[in-house]
Design a protein around this ligand. Structure first.
Ligand code: TXA
Ligand code: MG
Length: 333
């Protein structure tokens, strides 16, 4: 167990603690830090023991690869195999980095398979979050980091989430007041001839198509197929409460009506059904608050969470993707 030092970007001793956190990374320790999307839990990508420790503290299956976070395109290029035609990657990275997009490319020998779950490809991202970039620069190494949450649970978007999940398990947790996006980065596979979105995020299909001048598909997992991205086969973003995704045109008329609408009375003999209804003014507000609201509902012991969908456009595509994943095996209306 660690006596974890938790510090905020507004702490008076921020600079000093950031240097200490970077030193901890160099020494093979784990550090939790904010990015513009969600919090990450990071380690020196070259340190096998440290990377394996990330899988351990998150309880993450070892075949689910991590994203390596860099602070420049040059840093990323060293991690990509020589044989790869890098033109497309450089074009897209120059446009969208620093930012909420991870590119999958054939890895160079510098990237260990302990990090890629045995794959010969690697996911690379340069975050726009200032703290994340400072941490990478001060550590002097690229940082392997998945989202900072116990596997299967919603990603962390508040300081309370990371302290709930990792206090005592890592030496340093760096927090910020508000993450600007709130859902994980877009994952774009560039390892085959055809760019393919494996996970929608804040850099949208439209953004990519505008830049590329041709259409880009969003990968849709068929049950019979081997998953393109190992992460796709695991349960994600799920609170303990059962989640229902309601359509965009749903009109809320109170909890009693909602319980009847969802047919919950019959499924449960007990009278005291606790149902949380969530609705947001727009897709970016939904992105910022959905995971936090899931976690709060769990703390307040709700049995069900019913969420009205946002518009399925722009960032809304990513948010609806997370909502549907959270509600898998449940009823979608
Ligand atoms: O915004 C984000 O991407 C956050 C912040 C911390 O940067 N990170 C994040 O990491 O969401 P994680 O590990 O929770 O999600 C990474 C996803 C997983 O679904 C994983 O399977 C996929 O990226 N992935 C990583 N490397 C891959 C590879 N080589 N091929 C296919 N998918 C890969
Ligand atoms: Mg994750």
């Amino acid at each position: 167990m660690y006596k974890t030092v938790i510090f905020n970007e507004n702490s008076v001793d921020f600079d000093e603690l950031l240097v200490k956190s970077a030193k901890a990374i160099r020494q093979g320790e784990l550090v939790v830090f904010p990015t513009e999307t969600v919090y990450g839990i990071g380690a020196d990508f070259t340190n096998e023991k440290a990377v394996k420790n990330i899988f351990k503290v998150k309880n993450r299956p070892s075949d689910n690869p991590l994203i390596i976070h860099v602070s420049s395109i040059e840093m990323a290029l060293k991690l990509i195999d020589e044989s790869v035609d890098k033109e497309l990657f450089i074009k897209l990275a120059s446009k969208f980095w620093p930012g909420a997009i991870s590119f999958i490319l054939k890895k160079s020998d510098l990237v260990g398979e302990f990090l890629t779950g045995g794959l010969d490809t690697v996911a690379l991202r340069m975050p726009s979050g200032k703290i994340a970039r400072q941490l990478i620069e001060k550590s002097g190494t690229a940082i392997a980091a998945p989202s900072a949450n116990i596997s299967g649970k919603p990603s962390s978007t508040r300081s309370s989430h990371v302290s709930d999940d990792f206090n005592g398990l890592v030496p340093y947790i760096i927090t910020t007041d508000q993450l600007p996006i709130g859902v994980e980065s877009t994952v774009l596979d560039l390892s085959t001839g055809q760019p393919l979105i494996l996970r929608p995020g804040a850099v949208t299909k439209d953004d990519l198509e505008r830049e590329l001048g041709y259409s880009v598909e969003v990968f849709c997992q068929k049950e019979s197929e081997k998953p393109k991205s190992p992460g796709l086969k695991y349960k994600h973003y799920s609170p303990n409460a059962a989640v229902f995704a309601l359509s965009y045109d749903f009109v809320y008329k109170g909890d009693t009506e909602l319980i009847k609408y969802l047919n919950l009375q019959e499924e449960n003999e007990k009278e005291d059904i606790k149902i949380k209804y969530l609705e947001y003014p727009n897709e970016s507000e939904m992105a910022k608050h959905l995971f936090a609201d899931f976690r709060t509902a769990d703390k307040e012991n709700y049995h069900y969470i019913a969420v009205k969908s946002c518009k399925k456009e722009g960032l809304g595509i990513a948010v609806i993707n997370r909502l549907l994943k959270a509600s898998e095996n449940k009823k979608n209306l």
